[in-house]
Design a protein around this ligand. Structure first.
Ligand SMILES: [Zn+2]
Length: 266
């Protein structure tokens, strides 16, 4: 049987989140996938006024297929899992630029692994125009800190996924941001070094999933009186390379197919 590519492009990500928050986007953005926010809004009986968007880098669909139980901490706080298709090339800056601009790579201009500051409109710019308070929490040298820099939002960086998660917990407890985007890449690092299904890489999937769980618990505790959209949203996968390491950037199904999880906390 031939490989199958997932059907939904990552370019719908901003549209879906905006739709959950009843924020309208400029026409340059790809539209929402209407049934997803419709279900989520039904479940929270209204519109999200908060969002916590967790980006676990490079966790592919095939990891979810083969090691499903590792995602139990994510399932605990989400109600939908939806297959998505990464960008060409399937690398971090191309994919995250597409997610946060609603544009194909030709539209935002990042076609390969380069990390210029984006000058086109991003979902962060939309949120700021709407008066929302926004933070990015990411591992040092994260793509988020390059391509989305220069905005009137708060940027936090930390050395590794656990420290990023700790910072996110601290910010959630302070209850001062409407939207927090979190980017960790311990899995990406371990998969590159030891292979996508290595013990080290699978441990990192768990570490990032358990961090997501702790973040969701913090939202439940601190965001009382709010409706919060929670997503677990990887950018691409990784495929094994002869010799035991991992790579991505190709059109291989292991690089292209990913799964996103959506949840609501009210
Ligand atoms: Zn990535």
């Amino acid at each position: 049987m031939a490989d199958h590519y997932n059907s939904y492009s990552l370019k719908h990500f901003a549209g879906i989140v905006a739709d959950c928050m009843d924020i309208s986007l400029p026409e340059t953005y790809a539209p929402s996938v209407a049934w997803i926010p419709a279900l989520l809004k039904e479940r929270m009986n209204g519109t999200a006024d908060r969002a916590v968007l967790y980006h676990a880098d490079a966790v592919g669909h095939h990891i979810w297929q083969k090691y499903t139980s590792l995602f139990a901490p994510v399932y605990q706080h989400t109600s939908l899992s939806v297959p998505f298709l990464s960008t060409v090339e399937s690398v971090t800056p191309v994919a995250h630029a597409t997610m946060y601009t609603g544009l194909d790579p030709e539209g935002h201009g990042i076609l390969t692994y380069t990390r210029p500051q984006l000058t086109c409109d991003t979902f962060f710019d939309v949120l700021l125009r709407e008066g929302r308070r926004v933070a990015i929490v990411a591992q040092a040298d994260s793509t988020f800190l390059h391509i989305f820099k220069g905005r009137a939002l708060d940027y936090f960086e930390a050395a590794n996924a656990v420290e990023v998660q700790e910072k996110a917990l601290e910010l959630i407890a302070k209850n001062k941001y409407d939207v927090i985007s979190i980017h960790t890449f311990d899995y990406d690092n371990a998969a590159h070094a030891f292979g996508p299904e290595s013990k080290q890489a699978l441990n990192a999937v768990s570490l990032e999933a358990e961090g997501f769980h702790r973040i969701a618990e913090a939202v439940r505790e601190s965001y009382t009186g709010h409706k919060t959209l929670l997503t677990y949203s990887p950018d691409h996968g990784q495929h094994p390379v002869l010799g035991g390491t991992g790579a991505h950037g190709s059109k291989m199904i292991e690089d292209m197919n990913i799964v996103h999880f959506f949840g609501t906390i009210v």
